[in-house]
Design a protein around this ligand. Structure first.
Ligand code: 13P
Length: 250
């Protein structure tokens, strides 16, 4: 079954609303006729509404980098699924390694956010990946399986169709060190097998598994031409419209 790739930009804590709007204005013409892959932008929360408006009617989806699991409440600094939808966004990242590393997100929190996203019809991109020490200790498969088992707890095959997984080895994020296509394919195969165990082989066969970690225009095609790699989650190289569009056109 052919899976439509998703090429996604995680802007992290970069870009003011004006900078975000300027990006979209130069980026849209570069991808206007691109239908092979889905494209999504994940701006910071202050730029979310601006980017949704700037991309309205285009082939570019917009989402949050992080979302709380409650609809509303006394959660200072957080953004709820209802707020995300109210501005017209459709996607959210969940459990990015920077959220896990700096904001103590656990698999249990990832799981609550995933349930909330699915309940609200928001497309979740669930991020998993091993630390360098875990890879060097030979624990990559065990770490990915633990993150998936915890993250997908209570999710059934009926609920799972929209879930996207992003495999982002932590040692490759922002370091310029990319996983080789072979390493990424090996990890994606582990992820797909674990998804099959948890949710069945039909869901696993249809699930998009993105690679993230120092994806650049120069290495995008070698990664994305692999059948096991169903798209990319791009940080640094997504901040400029020319380099991100070059990745989209890998
Ligand atoms: P870089 O592309 O900057 O390595 O970041 C990857 C990432 O964290 C995307 O979510």
């Amino acid at each position: 079954m052919a899976r439509k790739a998703l090429i996604a930009a995680n802007w992290k804590m970069y870009k003011t609303p004006d900078e975000a709007r300027a990006f979209v204005e130069t980026f849209l013409p570069l991808v206007v006729s691109h239908s092979r892959d889905e494209i999504a932008l994940f701006p910071s929360v202050t730029s979310l509404a601006t980017v949704v408006k700037a991309a309205a009617g285009s082939n570019v989806h917009v989402g949050l980098q992080n979302m709380h699991f409650e609809n509303e409440g006394a959660y200072t600094g957080e953004t709820s699924p209802i707020m995300l939808k109210a501005v017209g966004a459709t996607h959210t990242l969940i459990g990015h390694s920077e959220r896990r590393q700096y904001f103590a997100e656990t698999d249990a929190i990832v799981n609550k956010k995933l349930h909330a996203a699915l309940k609200h019809g928001i497309i979740p991109v669930v991020c998993i990946g091993e630390l360098l020490a875990e890879r060097e200790a030979g624990d990559t498969a065990a770490v990915l399986k633990t993150q998936l088992t915890g993250g997908l707890d209570g999710i059934t095959a009926e609920m799972a169709a929209s879930i996207v997984i992003a495999y982002e080895p932590v040692w490759a994020i922002g370091t310029g060190k990319t996983a080789t296509p072979e390493m990424a394919v090996e990890a994606h195969s582990i992820v797909r097998a674990e998804v099959a165990r948890l949710l069945g082989s039909d869901i696993a066969a249809a699930m998009r598994i993105l690679y993230g970690g120092s994806v650049k225009p120069e290495n995008a095609s070698s990664l994305l031409n692999e059948e096991e790699i169903d798209g990319a989650l791009v940080g640094g190289a997504s901040l400029k419209s020319d380099s991100f569009s070059a990745i989209v056109h890998y």
